[in-house]
Design a protein around this ligand. Structure first.
Ligand code: PMP
Ligand code: GLN
Length: 384
């Protein structure tokens, strides 16, 4: 057996969802909205399933979707992408990440990553033979820092993997931080894989800046997006990869032997969704910002310390000083005794280097959030 996968446990998201089910808990753990997602997009998928072609679509994706992806990023992020040679459709961002890491890493290459990191990253880098160099970002700001980058990059660095906006902290990296990182990429001749699945879910007037748009980065960035996040349809697993044609040729070779393709009806429906008016995106953001504020305010009123979150469907609370142990102990007690599932942020740090934060998903109906708050209340009062 391969030692990377043989030594892994079950993903924290699956584990917490299973515990939530077992205990009949409110699931604020794994990130998914409890809303069913846009009815018109789902209707398009249903129609395409019944009336459309259900045989293998082209390996790179349906032409109508690739064109829609290119047009979408031109409209929203001012990127000029050639739909034919610079856009590929994958089965979720997860496949895109796996493919990019397998395609671009040679055994022994050093890969710079940032913790907190999404749980798939390290195993995928290691399975590809990469040697991880993890830069630890520290709460509550989670900022990129020049000294830490200087320590992580070397002549052996071949790739950097950045998640922006950042899950779990909801941090949006601004142009200055990205410029700093881009400088290191250029100086060390490094390819950047940028997981931007949360690009549309940003609040408080924040603007997502794609790393690809920075000087010198167009030819060396692989940008990854996900329809699951843009349309609140996490089960669909339709991802996009954007990269310069030379990189894309290699990415396509990995994709052709991982999944080869993605269900055509979902591709057709996502193509329709991407052309939605700006109003859809504004309303989607406003809705989640409202939910974030409702949960954050409720938690703060109870006495919890709530960290700022400018993006994603998540916010974190600091559980140190509550007398419940570390984040994992807090989450276990919370799901078993209080009926609320959450995610310990230590799962996003190698060696659980930060173990005082708990991530809660606010992409839920008001009544769900209010009920979760009333279940959390006794844990906060303990601290008082
Ligand atoms: N990257 C990050 C940072 C994520 O948060 C997620 C899903 N929550 C993914 C990748 C996976 O996206 P997909 O479901 O499209 O595979
Ligand atoms: N990315 C989702 C989250 O952060 C989980 C995805 C998964 O369960 N694999 O909650």
């Amino acid at each position: 057996m391969n030692r990377v996968f043989a030594s892994l446990g079950t993903s924290v998201f699956e584990t917490m969802s299973r515990l939530a089910h077992e205990h009949g808990a409110i699931n604020l753990g794994q990130g998914f909205p409890d809303d069913a997602g846009p009815a018109d997009i789902r209707a398009q998928a249903a129609r395409a399933l019944i009336e459309g072609d259900n045989q293998y679509p082209p390996m790179m994706g349906l032409p109508v979707l690739r064109a829609a992806v290119a047009a979408h990023y031109r409209r929203h992020q001012d990127l000029a992408l050639d739909a034919e040679s610079e856009v590929m459709i994958t089965s979720g961002a997860t496949e895109a990440l796996a493919g990019a890491l397998l395609a671009l890493i040679e055994p022994g290459d050093e890969v710079v990553l940032f913790a907190p990191l999404y749980d798939a990253y390290l195993p995928l880098v290691r399975r590809a033979g990469g040697v991880p160099r993890v830069v630890r970002l520290t709460p509550p700001a989670f900022r990129l820092d020049e000294a830490a980058l200087a320590e992580a990059f070397s002549d052996r660095t071949r790739l950097v993997l950045l998640n922006n906006p950042l899950n779990p902290s909801g941090t949006v990296f601004g142009r200055d931080e990205l410029a700093l990182l881009a400088g290191f990429c250029r100086r060390h001749d490094v390819v950047a894989v940028c997981d931007e699945v949360w690009e549309h879910v940003v609040f408080d007037g924040a603007r997502h800046v794609p790393l690809m748009s920075l000087p010198g980065m167009r030819e060396r960035t692989v940008k990854i997006g996900s329809a699951g996040k843009i349309f609140s349809l996490t089960g669909w697993k339709v991802g996009f990869v954007m990269a310069d044609a030379a990189l894309m040729r290699v990415l396509a070779r990995a994709h052709q032997f991982i999944t080869f393709t993605t269900p055509p009806n979902l591709q057709a429906a996502v193509a329709y969704g991407l052309t939605k008016e700006d109003g859809y995106f504004t309303a989607m953001r406003a809705g989640y910002a409202r939910s974030r504020d409702r949960l954050a305010r409720g938690l703060a009123d109870l006495g919890f310390t709530v960290l700022p979150a400018q993006a994603t469907w998540f916010l974190s609370i600091d559980v140190s000083g509550l007398g419940c142990g570390n984040d994992l102990a807090f989450c276990e007690a919370l799901v078993r005794e209080r009926g609320v599932a959450a995610i310990p942020v230590s799962a996003f740090y190698p060696e659980a280097a930060v173990d005082t934060l708990v991530r809660l998903c606010f992409a839920k109906a008001d009544a769900t959030l209010d009920e979760a708050l009333s279940r959390l209340a006794p844990l906060a009062r303990k601290a008082a």
